[in-house]
Design a protein around this ligand. Structure first.
Ligand SMILES: [Zn+2]
Ligand SMILES: [Zn+2]
Length: 350
């Protein structure tokens, strides 16, 4: 049997390639040759050893795109040679999937991070040379659209999911706190949904990236008082929503202190090690302020389709979010780069 190289995080600050058999496909599956995989925050935090929710060894990679090389007999939506990105979807047939709910409500969901694999390594295998996947989980990438952009499908889908859950409407005033890759994508998608977007961030580089993307209302919250600047920008109006895209106790505190009445607060970011809560929210505050505190994680099939449309129509600026590229055999170097503060996404070329 032919072999391929899989990328595996084996322990803190250690990632290696292993050679295993190329997976066999079932009738409803497709074999995809991965071409690009971005290193997600969750990947490099696992490599750094700061995540304790996923055990080693992990054949990581869930922000990937590639080319179809083999198609099972029952697959109708893609053919050999198609360029594709990967949806992380539920079973599609349980009651909750049919209601269009988030993947996390799927009654038959298994975690790709811990589910077993025929090659003996758990994990989604997106940074490996080949991946076998159910055909229905693939999204076609239009001709002329870069696979590097298509690799952003999963992160953009999670952003669309959050913004849908938050019900952003045109002309609403939305503050995004934190402008790393995910905060930046939140700002871009909120703008696409018609909101007036204000972004606060402490990194000059990240603010400058937003400026290049045409964002005007930018606040360096290390140098300026956030609430004062937000009030200046809004000229008497109030915030309709706040997207928290950085997970840290002082940020949560500041957000709840400044949230006006009827504000919707989206807790987008996770943070590891888990942030200390250390603050009591008086339920009366939520009651009298009519606050909505909204969690979000993963995405629905609908959000994946919306995200694929945004990528295929080239409606987002993704080039400025690619900060480095490495070949698959330079895994260690790629993780070193990805985990350097102030970096946007680092890509592996496979
Ligand atoms: Zn990710
Ligand atoms: Zn389901």
């Amino acid at each position: 049997m032919d072999k391929h190289k899989i990328s595996v995080i084996t322990g803190p600050r250690e990632a290696k390639l292993f050679e295993v058999d190329i997976p066999e496909i079932k009738n409803n599956e497709v074999l995809v040759a991965n071409k690009v995989c971005a290193l997600c925050t969750s990947d490099y935090q696992l490599w750094m050893g700061t995540r304790d929710n996923i055990p080693y060894n992990v054949a990581f990679g869930h922000e990937n795109a590639g080319v179809v090389v083999k198609v099972g007999a029952d697959v109708k939506n893609v053919k050999e040679g198609d360029r594709v990105a990967f949806g992380v979807l539920g079973c599609g047939v349980c009651d909750d999937c049919r209601k269009g709910l988030n993947l996390k409500r799927c009654m038959n969901a298994t975690s790709s991070h811990t589910a077993g694999n025929a090659d003996g390594y758990h994990g989604p295998h997106g940074a490996s040379q080949y991946k076998a996947v159910e055909g229905r989980k693939l999204f076609k990438v239009r001709d002329g659209v870069s696979l590097k952009h298509a690799a952003f499908l999963e992160p953009i889908a999670t952003v669309v999911e959050g913004i849908e859950r938050m019900r952003i409407k045109p002309n609403e005033n939305i503050l995004v706190v934190g402008a790393g890759t995910m905060g930046n994508l939140n700002a871009q998608v909120a703008r696409k949904y018609g909101a007036t977007v204000i972004v606060s961030e402490v990194s000059d580089k990240k603010l400058e990236t937003l400026r290049k993307m045409g964002f005007k209302h930018l606040i360096n919250s290390k140098k300026e008082d956030l609430k004062t600047r937000v009030n200046e920008i809004l000229g008497g109006q109030q915030l309709d929503g706040i997207i928290v895209s950085v997970g840290a106790t002082p940020v949560y505190r500041q957000v709840f202190e400044m949230a006006p009445k009827c504000c919707r607060i989206l807790l987008f970011a996770a943070n590891y090690p888990a942030p200390e809560w250390g603050m009591n929210i008086d339920p009366n505050l939520i009651h009298y302020n009519l606050w909505e505190i909204i969690g979000t994680y993963t995405a629905s099939t609908f959000a994946f389709q919306q995200a694929m449309d945004l990528i295929n129509k080239e409606d987002l600026n993704l080039d400025l979010l690619i900060d480095g590229e490495f070949d698959q055999d330079k895994l260690q170097e790629a993780f070193e780069a990805a985990s350097t503060p102030d970096m946007f996404r680092v890509l592996l070329n496979i």
